[in-house]
Design a protein around this ligand. Structure first.
Ligand SMILES: Nc1ccn([C@@H]2O[C@H](COP(=O)(O)OP(=O)(O)OP(=O)(O)O)[C@@H](O)[C@H]2O)c(=O)n1
Ligand SMILES: C[C@](O)(CO)[C@H](O)COP(=O)(O)O
Length: 236
């Protein structure tokens, strides 16, 4: 069986949420987003190790927070941009699990991603795809605008997808993508695309939404309180 390591960038400030503390540490139903995210990865049964990139000032606190989830979870200091945090976690992962063949990158901010999505991404890489992203169709019509905000085009919506995490890669490809990275990217698949390598897709899930704003947090609270609570059927 191939060893799977998940990197969890959690070092963001959460400025758009404005909760007065790093977003990963904001509680939802009594537990920080980061705890929900890491537990979801582990409960998929597909992940052997988790490396969290925490806000540098919070590394010890985050390690204490996650200790009850077991010895498979490791915490390192993150960097200035998401791309930096992933690169730092990847370096640490190569020490923690030198035999790792598959690596996932999963936002702490997508705390309620169903374990089934994690499994689908891992399975797709295990079956031979070297880069895989979960996606959803785009419901809105999307406009392209110029620097003055004037509409310059309407891309064909049927060819657009909203991209989620976890994103899955062979370890070799993600290492190459980060080694070649010149400047940050908003996701890791974007770095792989810059190498000209193909990126496959699997179906995403609405519960894998990224919690960015106070509205998103309210939506997550409401969903968790309702009958459609994510992962309830999977014993989370
Ligand atoms: N320097 C950074 C910036 C972001 N992240 C992580 O990347 C994920 C996606 O980023 P985003 O949702 O944009 O989080 P923030 O950067 O915290 O949000 P904001 O831009 O509102 O400050 C989050 O889990 C966040 O903690 C990170 O590890 N290191
Ligand atoms: C990686 C990501 O969640 C995929 O949708 C997204 O690109 C992160 O973007 P952010 O600007 O760091 O929120």
């Amino acid at each position: 069986m191939v060893t799977v390591v998940a990197l969890v960038p959690a070092a963001g400030r959460g400025e758009r949420l404005g909760a007065g503390r790093p977003k990963a540490l904001v509680p939802v139903r009594g537990e920080p987003l980061l705890t929900h995210a890491v537990r979801g990865l582990l409960s998929s049964g597909s992940v052997d190790h988790v490396v969290v990139a925490a806000p540098p000032a919070e590394v010890e606190g985050v390690a204490d927070l996650l200790r009850p989830l077991g010895p498979a979870v490791h915490v390192v200091a993150g960097g200035a941009e998401r791309t930096d945090s992933v690169a730092l976690a990847l370096d640490a992962a190569l020490g923690v699990a030198p035999d790792a063949g598959i690596v996932l990158v999963h936002d702490a901010a997508r705390a309620f991603t169903p374990p089934s999505v994690v499994r689908e991404v891992v399975d797709a890489v295990a079956r031979g795809a070297s880069a895989v992203v979960p996606v959803l169709p785009v419901a809105d019509t999307v406009k392209q605008v110029d620097a003055d905000g004037r509409v310059v085009g309407t891309p064909d919506r049927s060819a657009l997808r909203a991209v989620q995490t976890p994103q899955g890669f062979t370890v070799d490809l993600l290492r190459r993508a980060h080694a070649a990275a010149e400047g940050a990217a908003t996701d890791d698949a974007g770095l792989v695309e810059r190498l000209g390598e193909p990126v496959a897709t699997v179906p995403g899930h609405p519960h894998a939404m990224k919690i960015t704003t106070p509205f998103d947090l309210a939506v997550a609270e409401a969903v968790l309180a309702g009958p459609a609570a994510p992962g309830r059927e999977e014993g989370r």
